[in-house]
Design a protein around this ligand. Sequence first.
Ligand SMILES: *Cc1c(COP(=O)(O)O)cnc(C)c1O
Length: 389
Amino acid sequence: MNSTEIKERDRRYILGTYARNDLSIAKGSGATCYSPEGKKYIDFSSGIGVNALGYCDDGWVKAVVQQLQTLQHTSNLFYTEPCCELAEMLITRTGFDKVFFCNSGAEANEGAIKAARKYSFMKYGKGRYGIITLQDSFHGRTMATITATGQDGYHKYFDPFVEGFSYAKPNDLEELKAKISGSTCAVMAELVQGEGGVNKLELEYVKALYELCREKDLLLIIDEVQTGIGRTGKLFAYEHFGIRPDIVTIAKGLGAGLPIGGIIFDKSCSHALEPGDHGTTFGGNPVACAGAIEVLKRIDEEFLEQVARKGEGMKMKIEQMDGVLQVTGLGMMIGISLKNKDAKRVVKSALDLGLITLTAKDRIRLLPPLNITYGELEEGLGLLEEAIK
Ligand SMILES: *Cc1c(COP(=O)(O)O)cnc(C)c1O
């Protein structure tokens, strides 16, 4: 099919919930992809932070294909090697206690919310179920996670929403404190808000929030669905802040192209969910896990240093571009505010020039593949500069 045929069929048959860009992607390699007609694009979006190793990375493809030819699925009623190997890698590298595998970020957050409530129920009994999240957060699209998402735009049409969520202003500890009551059980936050505008939380705020949660026995759930798996130059963003969450949720980059999510539990609360409390058919799928194992193998300390270095380099170059007001973010998760320019229009111009970017609120957002080559990075930044002009 050519681009026109694909777009026509898509519009005819697929529910119109996405504001798609005017581009059909047919194939890719590294940070470069092509339309069916062969037009080339540098991709600074990674399929929204998923393609951590770019398109069709050799090692990842090999790991996935090998597993696909061995065992593609069994149920969670049985043991499999990829699943336990991936779990061991995550636990060894974080020093946490247990992991639960699911299929998406929303599902990971949904499970974290359940775990926090169960933890509190076991310790304090009924009624201590409140979860405080931050304004401008994004936690997913299920009923509980849209409720958790601290943006009014998500809180319409689907009433009644899940009870027990309240929203605090980021970087204002006093305000958050005022929201804590006898019925609060947890705080959930992204450390760099992704969809909400690439807003990095302040170091002192995060440290104080961590202490506050410990003092009040509130579980601290850090949503690392976008920031995790090397995106910020460390395996997890929380490492930049010198804190230790009780629960960390992951997805996006872990799969590198296959659907997988996870909830990592610290010892504090790894006992909360017990047999029968939670589950999902596809969770821990051997093929998705085999791909994720390859991702984690590749993201070693040297790789992470490269991510940090590339992120710094990008920030420096973008800050010097005409029309750029401010660069936010951490590592290779970058937000750009513009002087008197509409981010959506710049993203469209960039696409016309052959560069794929994202927006987050009124900023441009960049999430290039973590292993992008310096050549592709240079080329993409050149196109970005032109698009902003
Ligand atoms: C993308 C995202 C989610 C939702 O993940 P899905 O896989 O789309 O369900 C949740 N939290 C954050 C921070 C995200 O960026």
